[in-house]
Design a protein around this ligand. Structure first.
Ligand code: 5GP
Length: 204
């Protein structure tokens, strides 16, 4: 294949970022993990957070766990493309990490809440085309069942997550794709299909 045809497919020097957003408890992590097992050249944007690790989480893989002070220092250093405070904890996407992944020829997948995704939509990211995917269970009732099953938080915190989720659902029309995670295998197929389709897109 000639170089010009390859360039038409990717856009010269451009990479793709897939932002998977939607309410906490929608199953973003499980769907993303399984899609990453399936597709090559897709790397995970490891967010920074000031929240403490859960027992099932690995520092440096699930998150970069840092103190509130370290998080503030990174805000001042300008390393976050976006950052939010979500239920008292801070979460942020590292600009340098994403730029390095793209530079090495990978596409990046981000797992972030809705406000952060909206912030990214306002940014100009040279050399990166961003695709926005909203992932959600079919109802808030379903979401509540999932949050309770996860068994990581008390009732008050679950209620706060549900309240945030209700607000987040209103933003749904602002994103490119909707994946309803009622059946895990189907949600995995759908997210993988979106990524494959966007990788073959030539008209943007
Ligand atoms: P959790 O505490 O359940 O891991 O995450 C809470 C919410 O924060 C989830 O919706 C998750 O997607 C989101 N989140 C994780 N990292 C980031 C980030 O870097 N930026 C933003 N805006 N949200 C994030």
């Amino acid at each position: 294949m000639s170089n010009s045809i390859l360039e038409a497919r990717r856009g010269v020097g451009s990479g793709l970022a897939f932002v998977v957003t939607g309410p906490s408890g929608a199953g973003k992590n499980s769907v993303i993990d399984r899609v990453m097992e399936r597709l090559p050249n897709l790397v995970y944007s490891i967010s920074y957070t000031s929240r403490p690790p859960r027992s099932c989480e690995t520092p440096g893989e699930d998150y970069m766990f840092v103190s509130k002070e370290e998080f503030s220092r990174r805000i001042e250093a300008g390393d976050f493309l976006e950052h939010v405070t979500y239920l008292d904890d801070h979460y942020g996407t590292s600009r340098s990490q994403i730029e390095a992944f793209i530079k090495h020829g990978n596409d990046v997948i981000l797992n972030i809440e809705v406000k952060g995704a909206r912030t990214l939509q306002e940014l100009d990211l040279p050399g990166i085309r961003v695709v926005y995917i909203f992932l959600t269970p079919s109802s808030l009732t379903e979401l509540e069942i999932r949050l309770r099953k996860r068994n990581t938080e008390d009732d008050a915190k679950i209620q706060r997550r549900l309240h945030v989720a209700r607000e987040e659902m209103k933003e749904l029309p602002r994103f490119d794709y909707l994946v309803i995670n009622d059946a895990l295998d189907r949600a995995i197929d759908e997210l993988a299909s979106i990524i494959l389709a966007e990788r073959t897109r030539i008209r943007t």
